[in-house]
Design a protein around this ligand. Sequence first.
Ligand code: ATP
Ligand code: MG
Length: 143
Amino acid sequence: MGNKTLAILKPDCVRKNLIGQVITKITEAGFTVKGLKMVRLTEDSAKGFYEIHKDRPFFNDLIKYMTSGPCVPIVLEKENAVEEFRKLIGATDPKKAAEGTIRKLYAENIQENIVHGSDSDENAAKEISHFFSRKNLLDINGF
Ligand code: ATP
Ligand code: MG
């Protein structure tokens, strides 16, 4: 069982000015922030990240949403990080998410659901390198 996971504060989280509140929930739950940045995904990068969903009916909307503005990928550390983080964020659909979870508290609907969490140790490692290996990104720090 691994000790790292990748979170993304999605574009709706950034637009709603909830970055601080969501990170507070995450660190209060015992996670340590090991890496963090703000990026805007290119279309190709978003398609690569969500390749597993490429045949799903919501794929095009998902890519539009994830490229609609900046997002904040975060490398998190905690024992059993993947499972613990998915417990903290709650079900994909906020209507089905448990009380007190981040999606229950802040998410709008099944698409605009505030935050991503890796679903396995293997995917966590891939996703961390997707965001923290300096490729496929538009740098937004130049405004
Ligand atoms: P994530 O991978 O973002 O942590 P998840 O693992 O809970 O979320 P997935 O099934 O991997 O959910 O779906 C990836 C993302 O695609 C969801 O977080 C959501 O933004 C979007 N999505 C999933 N299902 C639907 C749907 N039925 N309609 C619209 N968007 C959806
Ligand atoms: Mg997923």
